[in-house]
Design a protein around this ligand. Structure first.
Ligand code: PEP
Ligand code: MG
Length: 528
């Protein structure tokens, strides 16, 4: 083998890992045919049961997002229509492994061809299920990675992630993959370094590798100099993280003493159980799509979820966003099939088109408002009429609750600034109680670069002068007209973007809980 091979990709979960490569693809043992259709069917049934048991074990040890994903996979595995295809193929003479692989292949291809990241992520779940049953059929389940290994392959199944012991370090390097995948979310919440989109230049790799998930790269067959430089960067990163964690309970302020409020973004109401309320200034964005994941939730379910977060916040502000379904977040029974969902019936547009569903959420929010310091905001506002209509629905439901004698309160109602029409003409929305800049969508719409497409990731930059100029203009408008302005997109927690955002005039940032410490540290390094 020749010299070092350096591949670059996209960071999906920050950090550094040095360790032996463990190839995820290939290496499976071959299946031994059982000789009769009855024996093949029996073998497949046992393998499906074994895979279900494995999922149940993992589910018992998981919470939040991971538990949901495992529940989804269990439901898929229990779905007879999936296994029936395989049993039919066995009756027609196929062996259990081929019958199962073929039955899943058609389903997976359908999901993979979807334009939408959400559906492509479901294809990863199906691949995961396929592999678990194949592993059970060929007894390759025990092919475990050595401690501290860097798992390298095209993609990684979420259950493989959950079944891996990360206590000795290690990381993930994928030739494909996406920062928006389930595994990427799990990796960020567990602090496992992960890089995606490394391309297919490396095959059959082995030996020591250096994974830099801060900048997005991996070095295979590193030289002594590579190792030395890598260890310096890794140690500096570790030190920065440690120092940041030490300061997480302090209020954030710039180097020249300007205070900045740092709030957290939450989705699952159980997320808050892992966060100390004293470490943040409240919740800047509670995404409610999570509640609408599988079925449409009733008013009571929503009320309990909102109340839980408000009570946890103990008087600090909690901004809950009304459902932002559509785009990359389809909701069965609510969203519609569209050619270009990012530009379609999404967010407030969809909610206003289905008032019977929207009213349930509004009632739940009005009732929850008595339990804390609630603010509510609407996603994807493009024209003032959308805000006016949403406010009118809040007023109507408040009246209905009053007539019914139900305790409730009217929260301040604000808007997200994520469509360029709002950022360019904020004066049309000056009656909104507050603005919250959604930099993820604002950037994708200003730059015409989809937020979930690695091929245009370089264009999707919040620090492009056009995006920053809009953010600065919105912040300035807010200052002049007493409309509070915050930012709740991912840029708020990105140490590289933070100096630009503060210089653009922002003083309220809402960040993913895992980014809280580094965000506060980055703020402390800025002179604004
Ligand atoms: C945003 O667009 O920046 C945002 C916070 O909303 P979401 O990422 O949920 O679309
Ligand atoms: Mg958005």
């Amino acid at each position: 083998m020749s010299g070092p091979l350096r591949l670059s990709g996209t960071p999906a979960s920050g950090g550094y890992a040095e360790g032996p490569i463990f190839c995820l693809d290939g290496g499976a043992a071959s299946y031994v045919p059982k000789g009769s259709a009855a024996a093949e069917a029996q073998t497949l049934k046992a393998a499906i049961e074994a895979a279900s048991e494995q999922l149940a074990v993992l589910a018992a040890a998981s919470t939040g997002e991971a538990a949901d994903m495992l529940e989804f996979q269990s439901a898929m595995l229990a779905d007879d229509s999936l296994s029936r295809l395989a049993f039919d193929a066995i009756n027609a003479g196929r062996t259990a492994d081929k019958a199962w692989a073929d039955a899943l292949a058609g389903e997976i291809a359908g999901y993979e061809a979807a334009d939408d990241e959400y559906f492509r992520a479901r294809a990863a779940d199906l691949k995961d299920i396929r592999q678990q049953v194949l592993d059970a059929l060929t007894s390759t389940r025990d092919r475990t990675a050595p401690p501290g290994a860097i798992l390298f392959g095209e993609d990684i199944a979420p259950t493989r992630f959950l079944a891996t012991d990360w206590s000795a370090g290690g990381g993930i390097a994928l030739s494909k993959g996406s920062p928006a995948s389930h595994v990427a979310m799990l990796a960020r919440s567990r602090g496992v370094p992960m890089v995606v989109g490394l391309g297919s230049a490396a095959k059959d790799v082995a030996g020591l590798a250096l994974l830099d998930a801060e900048h997005g790269g991996i070095v295979l067959r590193p030289t002594e100099r590579d190792i030395e430089g890598f260890r310096k960067s890794s140690a500096a990163y570790g030190e920065r993280r440690r120092r940041a964690e030490d300061g997480v309970m302090r209020s954030a302020a710039t180097e020249n003493g300007i205070s900045v409020r740092v709030l957290v973004n939450v989705a699952d109401p159980w997320d808050v159980d892992r966060i100390d309320i004293a470490s943040c200034d409240g919740v800047g964005l509670m995404r409610t799509e999570f509640l609408f994941g599988k079925d449409l939730p009733d008013e009571e379910t929503q009320y309990r979820a909102y109340r839980k977060v408000l009570e946890w916040a103990d008087g600090k502000p909690v901004t809950i966003r009304t459902i932002d379904a559509g785009g990359d977040k389809p909701v069965p029974g609510f969203t519609v099939e569209e050619g270009n969902p990012f530009l379609g019936l999404r967010g407030i547009r969809l909610s206003l088109s289905r008032p019977e569903i929207f009213r349930l959420q509004i009632r739940a929010l009005l009732r929850a408002a008595v339990h804390g310091n609630l603010k509510v905001m609407f996603p994807m506002i493009s024209v003032p009429e959308e805000y006016t209509r949403a406010v009118a629905l809040f007023a109507e439901e408040a009246k209905n609750l009053a007539v019914a004698g139900e305790p409730h309160a009217m929260p301040p109602l604000g808007i997200m600034v994520e469509v360029p029409s709002v950022a360019i003409a904020p004066e049309l929305f000056s009656n909104a109680a507050f603005f919250s800049i959604g930099s993820n969508d604002l950037t994708q719409y200003v730059m015409a670069a989809a937020r979930d497409n690695t091929a245009v990731a370089a264009l999707n930059s919040v620090t492009n002068p056009a995006v920053l100029r809009l953010i600065a203009a919105v912040a300035e408008f807010g200052r002049q007209h007493d409309v509070p302005v915050s930012l709740c997109g991912d840029a708020g927690g990105d140490p590289a973007a933070i100096p630009h955002l503060l210089r653009a005039g922002l003083r309220d940032l809402s960040v993913a809980p895992a980014q809280l410490a580094l965000a506060k540290a980055a703020i402390a390094g800025v002179t604004a």
